[in-house]
Design a protein around this ligand. Structure first.
Ligand code: SF4
Length: 229
């Protein structure tokens, strides 16, 4: 089983779109997926304890959307909290932990080293997570997993990210409680493209999704929106 955990608890809440795409892609590949959405939990620590008392996953993925709150008066930095979460989960499960997400991908290697997580995936996570899960199950050839940050002989290894020009995303969006996000005044998004060739100084997208624009097929996007209605 793959467990995916949304770690972003900023408000207004932003539905974890990347986590949901990864969940659907893994489900389509025949991997059993369970999701713990900490943004919708009143007591996250209690929710984590209860969750792992009932499940024994083979791999745990933590989505990390924001490294900080982008607000100079508070200047809150979320990486120490992520490191604490990794330690808390390790006390409850022996499964390896992989980090991913847009914020994570900006400083992928540094965040893996700071948090001492087992793995990280920079860039598109759908095929990479399926590949990592398969390699953990049998093989352990981590060179072949796109965008993977991993360790070998005490060294941190960094694979080239997967930013395929021709990409397709799942269109079914019912693994995350998107309606509750909407009801709480948050956002429920969908991606029409990934990557950007502009150089806006403040923007993380080219670092996380590549510097070449990649468009999805319009019919696929329409099907996805329909599944959200
Ligand atoms: S995605 Fe980012 S880099 Fe591209 S135009 Fe928008 S703000 Fe600028």
């Amino acid at each position: 089983m793959l467990t995916l955990i949304n770690t972003n608890r900023m408000v207004p809440p932003i539905a974890p779109i990347g986590l949901e795409y990864v969940a659907e892609a893994c489900g389509r590949a025949g991997i059993e997926v369970s999701i713990l959405d900490l943004a919708l939990c009143e007591e996250p620590a209690k929710a984590i304890r209860e969750f792992f008392s009932r499940r024994n996953p083979s791999l745990i993925g933590l989505s990390f959307r924001n490294v900080d709150d982008c607000f100079w008066p508070s200047a809150e930095w979320f990486v120490p909290g992520l490191a604490q979460l990794v330690r808390d989960i390790r006390s409850l499960s022996d499964a390896p932990i992989v980090l991913g997400g847009v914020g994570f991908s900006v400083f992928a290697r540094q965040v893996v080293e700071f948090t001492v997580a087992d793995f990280g995936v920079r860039g598109d996570g759908e095929a990479a997570t399926v590949s990592l899960y398969r390699q953990i199950e049998n093989g352990r050839d981590f060179h072949s997993v796109p965008g993977l940050i991993w360790r070998q002989g005490g060294q941190t290894c960094v694979n080239e990210p997967a930013w395929p020009a021709d990409f397709s995303l799942p269109v079914r969006r019912n693994m995350v409680d998107n309606r509750t996000y909407f009801a709480r005044g948050g956002q429920c998004g969908f991606e029409t493209k990934r990557g950007c060739n502009r150089l806006c100084l403040y923007c993380a997208d080219p670092l996380s999704k590549g510097s070449i624009p990649r468009s999805r097929k319009p019919a696929e996007i329409a099907d996805e929106i329909e599944s959200l209605l």
